[in-house]
Ligand binder design. Structure first.
Ligand code: SAH
Length: 219
C-alpha cells in the first residue's frame, strides 16, 4: 500500500475512534486500544480497504458482512472483559472481531459455519499474528463444548431465540451477548448473565441488524 494511502487510513481510524466510538459512549480503555491496534483494512478485500474506517458494516465473501466498528466495540464492551477470560465467538466471518477480542481477553475460540470463511479467517489471523485465536468450522449455535465453560460468549449473527446450548456453556458469572429477534434480519441486542446460583438474568441493550444465525438452534 502506498504511503499516502496508509496515512489516510490512519487519520480515518483516528476519526472513527473519536467520533464513532468515544463520542457515542464507548469507555472501556482496552476495547478502544484494541480498536486502534487492529487494522480493519486487513480483514477486507483490497477494493473495500479504503472504506475500512467508515461508520457502517461492509460486505465480505459468501454474502456475509463485517460489522460496523461501533457495534463491534459496543458488543465487546458489553462483555465486561478484564483480560483473563476464555471467550467464545459465534460467527467468525472475516476474523476482525475475534482479533479485537483477543486483545481484550486471554483466549478466543471462534466458530464459523461457512468453510471458505473459516479457512481464510484462520490464515489471515495467523499471518497477522493473532495467536490467541482458534478458528473452528461448525455450527456455533451448539457452541464449542470442548473448551467450555466460557466467561464470555458473543454471537455476531441474529438468532430467533437465545440458544440453550450457549447458556449451558456459560461459566457462573459469565456474560453472553447476542442479537435476538423475531425475523432473520432485525434484532435486539440481548445480554444474558449467569448468576452465582445458576439462574440467568436477561437485559435488552439496543436494536441491531445482523445477518441470520443459521443452524440447529438458529434459523
Ligand atoms: N464477527 C464477524 C462478522 C460476522 S457476520 C467479523 O468480524 O467479520 C456473521 C457470521 O456468522 C457469518 O460469517 C456467518 O456465516 C456466520 N454464521 C451464521 N450462522 C452461524 C452458525 N450457526 N455458526 C457459526 N457461524 C455462523
Amino acid at each position: 500500500m502506498a504511503i499516502h494511502a496508509r496515512a489516510e487510513l490512519e487519520s480515518r481510524k483516528e476519526r472513527m475512534l473519536s467520533e464513532d466510538l468515544l463520542a457515542r459512549g464507548i469507555r472501556d480503555a482496552a476495547v478502544i486500544g484494541a480498536m486502534r491496534e487492529v487494522p480493519r483494512e486487513a480483514f477486507l478485500s483490497p477494493d473495500m480497504a479504503r472504506f475500512a474506517y467508515d461508520d457502517g458494516p461492509l460486505p465480505i465473501e459468501e454474502g456475509q458482512t463485517i460489522s460496523q466498528p461501533y457495534i463491534v466495540a459496543y458488543m465487546i464492551e458489553a462483555l465486561e472483559l478484564q483480560g483473563t477470560e476464555r471467550v467464545l465467538e459465534v460467527g467468525t466471518g472475516s476474523g476482525y472481531a475475534a482479533a479485537v477480542l483477543s486483545l481484550c481477553a486471554a483466549e478466543v475460540f471462534t466458530v464459523e459455519r461457512i468453510a471458505p470463511l473459516a479457512q481464510s479467517a484462520r490464515e489471515r489471523l495467523e499471518r497477522l499474528g493473532y495467536r490467541k485465536v482458534t478458528v473452528h468450522l461448525g455450527d456455533g449455535t451448539m457452541g464449542w463444548k470442548e473448551h467450555a465453560p466460557y466467561q464470555a460468549i458473543v454471537v455476531t449473527a441474529g438468532a430467533p431465540e437465545v440458544p440453550a446450548e450457549l447458556m449451558e456453556q456459560l461459566a457462573s458469572g459469565g456474560r453472553l451477548v447476542i442479537p435476538v429477534g423475531p425475523t432473520p434480519h432485525l434484532q435486539e441486542l440481548v445480554r444474558v448473565r449467569r448468576q452465582a446460583d445458576g439462574s440467568f438474568k436477561r437485559e435488552n441493550l439496543c436494536p441491531v441488524r445482523f445477518v441470520p444465525l443459521i443452524g440447529e438452534q438458529g434459523w
